[in-house]
Design a protein around this ligand. Sequence first.
Ligand code: C2O
Ligand code: CU
Length: 483
Amino acid sequence: MIHQRHATPVPLPAALTAALVAWALAPSAATHAPPARPLAENRTATFGAGLPTAFREPPSVSSRGGVLQATLTAARSSITVGGQRAVTEVYNGSYSPPTLRVHPGDLIRLRLINRLDEPTNFHTHGLHVSPAGNSDNPFLPVQPGQTQEFEFRIPANHPAGLFWYHPHAHHFSNEQVRNGMSGALIVEGLLDSFPTLRGLKERVLLLKDIQLEHGHIADRGIGVGTTRTVNGLVNPTLALRPGETELWRIGNVGANLYYRLRLDGHRFYQVARDGNRLARLVPTDELFIPPGGRIEVLVQGGARGMHPLRTLAMNTGPAGNQYPAAVLATMRVEGEAVTPRTLPTTLLPVKDLRSKVTGHRTVVFSEGETQDGDVFFIDGKTFDPNRVDTRVRLGAVEEWTIRNESDELHDFHIHQTGFQLVEVNGTPQPLDGYYDTVNVPVRGEIKIIIPFTDPVMVGKFVYHCHLLSHEDKGMMATIEVVP
Ligand code: C2O
Ligand code: CU
């Protein structure tokens, strides 16, 4: 099963996808004969059948006395992921590098040692920190053999929630994240204001997928023959009591996949998105998480039994990618029931930026083909770090229209700030909270309002599609915020 051979990465015909999905979802899939043409995608559902893996989290490092000190060494290392051995590019010899935990007002002192044979660098996705110098600066390369000290000063008023870190060196981001170079960064305090949620058990669930062949990373096309993992584990089991409430911090920290999560027999109660607390608790059956996005939810244990956490099949459009459903983890509800906590309905107010807009801009995502393969554009241009594409004066609050003129999904991410989503294909969106990464429909457009008001963001940084394959092929632009 594991060393199955693969067809070349062609999109699966819809009927076959449906059949595969149905097969993968069948409860006794492991004991049934595989379909006529067994594809590697199936192995996510069957791998390790009968050998339950206990849920585990990456190790965590917390700040002390206002400072978090950490070293990350990027190197090709022998790792185990989903029970398979492989040699990949990772941090600190692990597919699940440490979760960095800080408080607003803290300083992160991070030493990055590059033992790869190619450049890398370091981005703190979603943090409202300076883009300059040795802070969250995507233009600061760390060459092979080099050690770079970074300092990230987290403002005292920084939002609390799940953020993440990953390399951002142009042309290398996709490969390095596909290898496993990404981890969580948590700003503490998300639930501090809600007495009924005190002392809640919390879990970090980092979603990544890995394409392996003979112990090395294979390049099969997005979502093809890929193993889905949660904290580097294939279908781990986590236990809750009936009525027990937990906070799940779910991060899409892989390179290119979209997730549509469902938890059988349960609803999710959304608390935060992209490290921004929502104005109210939003119950939902399905969580849609684009590449780079995070959602934090409360989950309450329901009926005793096994409840798979699934991601549904995904189709990102005629020019995009199709990949099947998969079981990511299994929640086992067992033991003595506990009295469920009363969940708050409203959280804390979120500022509506609609009356504050000082200017407008349009950003166009498109793609084309050359002899060397696909190219991806923002406003008709591929990325050039030496150009300044957009200049904004500090204090501006701008409404940007992001238009997708291609036949596949993209998602829009800008560094250093969150933003408000106000419209999707002409339909006004209710304000429930901010985003830092948002989906842009095929041949559609969205409107967002970006506050360029925090002096911490003065400097040059980037906005881009967070499918890192697209970003590396040009779909990124620069912006300078000037005082
Ligand atoms: Cu997580 Cu510029 O990216
Ligand atoms: Cu894209």
